[in-house]
Design a protein around this ligand. Sequence first.
Ligand code: HEM
Length: 353
Amino acid sequence: MSKLLALVTLLAFLAGHVAAQQEGPYVCFNGWLRLPTLNPQLCRSRPRIQPRRLNPRGEGLSYGYYNNNSTYCPSAERIIKDAVTKAVTAYPGIGAGLIRLFFHDCFVRGCDASVLLTTTATGNRDVEREGPPNKDSLRGFEVIDEAKAAIEKACPGVVSCADVVAYAARDASSVLSNGRINIRMAGGRLDGRESFANETDQLPGPFSNLTQLEESFYNQGLSSDEMVTLSGAHTIGRGRCNLFSDRFGDMDPALAAKLRAQCSDSNNFVNQDDVTPNALDKQYYRNVIDKKVLFNSDAVLSSVAEVTENANSATIWERKFEQAMENMGKIGVKTRATGDQDVEIRRVCSRVN
Ligand code: HEM
């Protein structure tokens, strides 16, 4: 009799559990919902509003970090700059990739190079790189690997992959802006040892509305102003047709016609900025006003006053972009000062030591 009771209790528990999972409010790659690669396995329920991070302070980071005695590798920043300059000069799209890599690293588990891992401390292979926003989309990994390999030769075990990603984004910004954008990027990040594809749902998506965009930045401790400023990075690089082809009717007609032709295959990529595709400049804001942007997440910014301000003054936007990139580089950092446990300086950026 008691066994029967236990069985009934167990069945009731399991039934309730399954129902809760099915009914729960799913925040499943918000803004990325229409991605064809969406894997239901990645679609776990999580709370809609995550606790807000404090304004990122970057405790333990400092400028010229690798010029210090205990973390001495004075050639590190030059090695990265040389590798980035060579790659971006040959192919500007890689510079766009490096800037986005930094954003996608920092928004998921903080700037800890978790975006670079292909396998983790627990042997997980369903890593951030496999998440819908990243898979078949992120690029620039080989530049990070090349720079890191050269640094390891010069000073083994000193420079983190997270810092290589941050410096590479800084240097790509400088090259693509023709020296107009100079980010003061501090160093001292340590590398994480875990990475999960489902956590990439913290990244805003191309179908996001203004509230969702503001919320995702707010959750990282960044302001709405910084969200608008950083979105200016969509003045370089590329976007995939299936992420905006429902919007042709809302675009400037001449651009829409051109994009329609370029999008004969929905997997094709097109330039984000049709006017100055490879220049990190304020053109993005003019494009928002002129309905010449690709994504819904770009178009919804047209109601924001700062867009007009940025469209009218290169200097205003450039200084704000430098500051916002520096702030983004402070999100959730693990440093020698923060006492995080599961950290290291990876020897090879794609795998834990
Ligand atoms: C505000 C929310 C944002 C959304 C919804 C968003 C979304 C996207 C999407 C959908 C793409 C195209 C990906 C593809 O088709 O493969 C893209 C590309 C890009 N994004 Fe964002 N993004 C946002 C913010 C940012 C920020 C903050 C940065 C950096 C500061 C950034 C930098 C870039 C760059 C440079 C590219 C081009 C990448 C390449 O050509 O490889 N984005 N973004």
